[in-house]
Ligand binder design. Structure first.
Ligand SMILES: [Zn+2]
Length: 79
């Protein structure tokens, strides 16, 4: 199923799909389908609505780990 090209696991042209670790020894696993393959994107959570509501804690970047198998998005706030 996986193709290994230039030492990178490629399953799509525009995104890199690979395994990630939440912290040392803790591999990110999809809570839905238990897959270990994700691609990432970064979302700026500083929205006008959140600022008006006083949710300053939300004015951060979040890293989204998207399960390549089922598409479930796992959100992690940058510390
Ligand atoms: Zn999944």
């Amino acid at each position: 199923m996986l193709q290994c090209v230039n030492n990178k696991t490629i399953m799509s042209k525009e995104k890199e799909v690979k395994e990630y670790f939440v912290r040392k020894g803790l591999k990110l696993e999809c809570v839905i389908c238990k897959s270990h393959l994700f691609w990432t994107r970064t979302t700026l959570m500083n929205t006008t609505g959140m600022s008006i509501m006083g949710l300053d804690w939300a004015n951060k970047h979040a890293t989204n780990y998207v399960c390549d198998s089922c598409g479930y998005v796992h959100w992690f706030l940058d510390k």
